[in-house]
Design a protein around this ligand. Sequence first.
Ligand SMILES: [Zn+2]
Length: 140
Amino acid sequence: MSGGFECGDGWYHIIDALCCALYAPYSLAQQSYEGRLKAEGKAEYVGGRVVTAEDVEKARLAMVAAGKAVPVATQVKEKFGTLRFYLRNASEEQFHYVHMAEVMSSRVCEICGAPGTRRDTGWMRTLCDLHEAEQLARAQ
Ligand SMILES: [Zn+2]
């Protein structure tokens, strides 16, 4: 990541779930390749069919193709109280996942991960009651 990572720990699970969704096609293709590699030459593969070297190679190529479709996160930060996750090489579907993560971040305290709302404490942040009070006390 070139632009860095600038947001609170409270959004960890949102970012983790987003990355999981973004990498799912690659993870599945990788599992499929490893499964075929393990089953190569054995008749115990699904359906009792013998997995050939050709099947393994086909799965490997699918994994490589899925890897090329994995987007690159260039920057993750907080802006106007919500998460911003900048991607390069992303599909329209992947940008929808990013939008969902941004919407979720407007409902989760950036500091602790508890339910929160966007609040103005001098600058816009998404915070729980406790952390809003703490930020306001610090500002005085
Ligand atoms: Zn909090």
